[in-house]
Design a protein around this ligand. Structure first.
Ligand SMILES: *Cc1c(COP(=O)(O)O)cnc(C)c1O
Length: 382
């Protein structure tokens, strides 16, 4: 048996030790975390729906009707009317024939790759893809190839080198640690040329990008027919929990037959599906929430420019401040916390070595006064 104590000590010495903070109360910009009042700039609750009164009311009503738990997997007797209605609403909203719910985004990504490809096939991934896409590719048993970030031409070359087997290309829609948007039109073209599946994981685009909040495809004006597999999570902009994969009738039926993370797990509570349907309705009927988020992104980036704080060219709610060195990044994050501002330090292996960063995320619920405080604090430290 290896010495776990020693391994943990080594991690601490390398400033790579991870620990949790305990929050009291709902997700919102002002929170009590570890007993201290802080303004948070690290949540994925981009539109403030995690604590929205209509979403909470739908959740409570769902519990009254369906009880707390689903009781079983979807293929046993855990698939409720609530799940079914949400799947139909998601299919209609995204413009795909069908959508299938998964209990988490991580599981959706593992299940998809394993259901579609295996030995003799190839999975191609952007170098900066989310860990769940990488793990999905590895678990599938297919050969894994990674292409440089957003480099459609290199993908073209790599696809051309694979002459046999199925080819599955996986990409984040909005890159989770960088905030930039995948070049979906170029990727879709190349995938069509090589007869490869393209899957876009839109965890950070769904609900926020595009005039109607339909996400990265709407942002680019790409037709659903050009992206055969669309995945998004429900625990970020939608403020609840879970995920879905949208695609053709045949794709969804294949996942129901074969995706192990769909088959061998308990369905999420039906009330979560009811709450998510309420979130989706808010996304459809309140475009001003996206407007407020956009305004906050613009306000933050222009304040940083005036103060001389260097940002990347991200146009989304994810605004990284790249620091590079792990130890300095952790120290800066601690200094911010001393000033009552919570921004998490993101370190390797979550991001490549030498690119440790503060990952700032903005929400429609932040006020300009919150953002002023953040920019002032960053300006003092920079
Ligand atoms: C958060 C995230 C996931 C995982 O989704 P969960 O529902 O939290 O498991 C998958 N892909 C991307 C790009 C993500 O950001």
């Amino acid at each position: 048996m290896k010495d776990l104590h020693k391994e943990l000590q080594q991690r601490k010495a390398q400033h790579l030790y991870r620990s949790r903070r305990v929050s009291d109360g709902p997700q919102q910009p002002e929170m009590i975390i570890d007993g201290k009042e802080v303004i948070c700039f690290c949540s994925n609750d981009y539109l403030g729906l995690a604590n929205h009164p209509e979403v909470k009311a739908a959740f409570i009503k769902g519990i009254e009707h369906y009880g707390a738990g689903s009781g079983a997997a979807h293929l046993i007797n855990g698939h409720s009317r609530a799940h079914h209605a949400l799947e139909q609403a998601l299919a209609e909203f995204t413009g795909y024939p069908r959508a299938l719910l998964f209990s988490t985004g991580y599981m959706a990504n593992l299940g998809l790759a394993q259901a579609l490809v295996g030995m003799g096939d190839t999975v191609l991934e952007d170098r900066l893809n989310h860990a769940s896409l990488l793990d999905g590719g590895l678990l599938s048993g297919a050969r894994m190839m990674r292409y440089p970030h957003n480099a459609a031409e290199e993908l073209d070359t790599k696809l051309a080198s694979r002459t046999t087997g199925e080819k599955l290309v996986l990409t984040d829609g909005v890159f989770s640690m960088d905030g930039d948007i995948a070049e979906v039109p170029a990727l879709a073209n190349i995938c069509q040329k090589h007869g490869a599946w393209l899957m876009v994981d839109d965890a950070h685009g769904f609900g926020v990008l595009g005039a109607n909040g339909r996400g990265t495809l709407e942002h680019h004006g790409v037709a659903t027919a050009d992206v055969p597999i669309y995945m998004a999570t429900l625990g970020k902009a939608l403020g609840t929990a879970g995920a879905f994969i949208a695609g053709s009738d045949e794709l969804v039926e294949t996942l129901i037959q074969k995706a192990r993370t769909y088959i061998y797990t308990t369905a999420s509570p039906p009330a979560v599906a009811e709450a998510t349907r309420a979130s989706l309705n808010i996304i459809k009927s309140h475009p001003e929430l996206r407007g407020r988020l956009k305004n906050n992104i613009h306000y933050f980036t222009s304040c940083c420019e005036q103060t001389g704080i260097e940002l990347t060219n991200s146009q989304t709610a994810i605004q990284p401040v790249i620091i590079g060195d792990t130890q300095t990044t952790v120290a800066v994050s601690e200094q911010l916390l001393d000033q009552g501002i919570l921004v998490t330090a993101i370190r390797p292996p979550t991001v490549p070595e030498g690119t440790a960063r503060l990952r700032i995320t903005l929400s429609a619920t932040h006020s300009h006064a919150h953002i002023d405080k953040l920019v002032t604090a960053l300006g003092v430290i920079k």
